[in-house]
Ligand binder design. Structure first.
Ligand code: ZN
Length: 221
């Protein structure tokens, strides 16, 4: 069961107070996708993971808190254009705006995960937003690569970052790169579940499969 509540939050950028829906609890039935997207019911809580101030357009998981870089980023024309970008669904734009703020603050792992969530919002809109989903995944790959260059972890077990990157690349149709990164993950002697997922990614790359798959679909070694 998923429970949520409407709470008043004051925007940390412009001071406007408004009602936002927050998630109180949820549950999962089944296995996550290969990119860690949870199964239902948690899967359906994506809109509750991001808030947007209706006055200034500040987007964040909690609009009553702001990084020091937030106000300047929200004021940029590029940010405001992203907020209303016609090529992306509304929910994806909110995550992409938050991703821009996290990137401006040098928080590349958080910025990358925000872009992954934007991709999920695009996935939920079906084939018409397939191109938008790829654009979000390519942004996530670039941000995760920046995170690695700066020693910011975006996943914790050996091979887990490679498993995430392999899925983002494969789902963007970049099969050779996805396969190479899956091999790099396997070279790190990952735990059995991650090894299984990395082998499965290699198999999916061979089949040139760009679809979403769950961890349960990965065959036992
Ligand atoms: Zn505001």
């Amino acid at each position: 069961m998923t429970t949520f509540a409407n709470v008043e939050r004051t925007c940390a950028v412009c001071g406007h107070t408004d009602e936002h829906t927050v998630l109180m609890s949820t549950s999962v039935f089944g296995a996550p996708d290969l990119d860690t997207r949870p199964p239902p019911l948690a899967r359906l809580t994506l809109p509750m993971q991001i808030q947007c101030c209706p006055v200034c357009g500040y987007c964040a998981p909690n609009v009553s808190e702001a990084l020091p870089e937030a106000a300047a980023e929200v004021a940029r024309p590029e940010y405001q254009a992203q907020l209303r970008h016609p090529d992306f669904p509304y929910l994806a734009n909110l995550f992409l705006c938050w991703s821009r703020i996290a990137e401006a603050a040098g928080r590349y792992a958080e910025a990358g995960w925000a872009a992954v969530r934007a991709a999920w919002a695009c996935d939920d809109e079906g084939p018409a937003r397939a191109g938008a989903a790829v654009a979000c995944r390519e942004r996530a790959v670039a941000l995760f690569e920046s995170a690695r260059q700066r020693g910011q972890a975006f996943a914790h077990e050996p091979g887990a970052e490679e498993a995430i990157l392999a899925d983002l690349l494969r789902r963007s149709g970049r099969f050779a790169e996805a396969d190479a990164v899956a091999q790099a993950g396997l070279a790190q002697n990952p735990p059995p579940t991650i090894a299984r997922v990395l082998h499965y990614q290699r198999h999916l790359c061979q089949r040139r499969d760009t679809e979403a798959h769950t961890v349960d679909e990965a065959p036992e070694a």
